[in-house]
Ligand binder design. Structure first.
Ligand SMILES: [Zn+2]
Length: 248
């Protein structure tokens, strides 16, 4: 989920200078924001499907509340645990790569200077300038320079698995609260309509926002998102209604 694990391609390296100076932190913040919107979207769709499905089978508010709350907690904890595991693994491999780099810098400093020089040449510097830059970077903080240029990571800013887990938990919960409240707060005659309308409206918003943050076409994203949510609710409602009619 970290945006900068891969080596930049040659073309990207050209605006890379720009990104580094202005866009690096901003790009990372946008990635987090996008992940939060997608997490909220998950919470909306899965909890909406759940409570609409139960509403297809029963009018009992306590059943709706229980199912919705259990869905909210199960979903948010599963998202948090998944995120924790994935970011921890990523962090472990980044730490291992940095440790290997530290060893190489200690054991073969000349080869490492040459490597850094060539990497800078790849990014468009002439041999002389690249060598000069590599020497200065090595004098200042060799490990940091290699981590950034060679591995594409900043050793001082490795992703924190707990932050990632909390962010997913909160994003999913925020999304899940909408269908849950829309289902249990209104009077029985209104609850389904209120839930469907507010869920579809929210999916318009999250679809549009995530597309804008990812610089994609917002109208298509909105449409897909709304269609996906509508399908989920239709399927679970139909299933719930069948089970309810069968007296299960
Ligand atoms: Zn190196």
């Amino acid at each position: 989920m970290l945006p900068h694990v891969t080596e930049p391609t040659h073309d990207e390296a050209h605006d890379g200078a720009h990104d580094e100076a202005h866009g690096g932190a901003l790009g990372e913040r946008l990635n987090w924001l996008r992940a939060a919107v997608l997490g909220a979207n998950d919470g909306i769709v899965s909890t909406a499907g759940l409570v609409v499905g139960v509403a297809g089978a029963t009018d009992a508010r306590s059943a709706l509340l229980t199912a919705g709350l259990a869905g909210l907690l199960a979903g948010s904890m599963s998202m948090a645990a998944g995120e924790y595991v994935s970011v921890s693994t990523q962090r472990d491999s980044e730490k291992a790569a940095i440790a290997a780099e530290r060893r190489e810098l200690r054991d073969q400093p000349e080869a490492e200077l040459e490597e850094l020089t060539e990497l800078l040449e790849d990014r468009g510097l002439s041999r002389d300038v690249a060598l000069e830059a590599a020497q200065q970077l090595t004098e200042r903080d060799a490990l940091r320079a290699h981590a950034r240029v060679e591995l594409g990571i900043d050793p001082d800013q490795l992703a924190n698995p707990w932050h990632a887990a909390w962010a997913s938990f909160l994003a999913f919960t925020a999304g899940a609260l909408l269908p849950l409240l829309a289902m249990v707060l209104p009077p029985a005659a209104w609850r389904l309509a209120v839930t469907v309308v507010s869920v579809l409206a929210a999916l318009v918003l999250t679809g549009w926002t995530s597309a804008r943050l990812g610089a994609a076409d917002p109208r298509r994203a909105m449409l897909r998102n709304v269609a996906g949510g509508a399908l989920a609710m239709a399927v679970t409602y139909g299933t719930g209604a069948l089970l309810g009619a069968a007296g299960v």
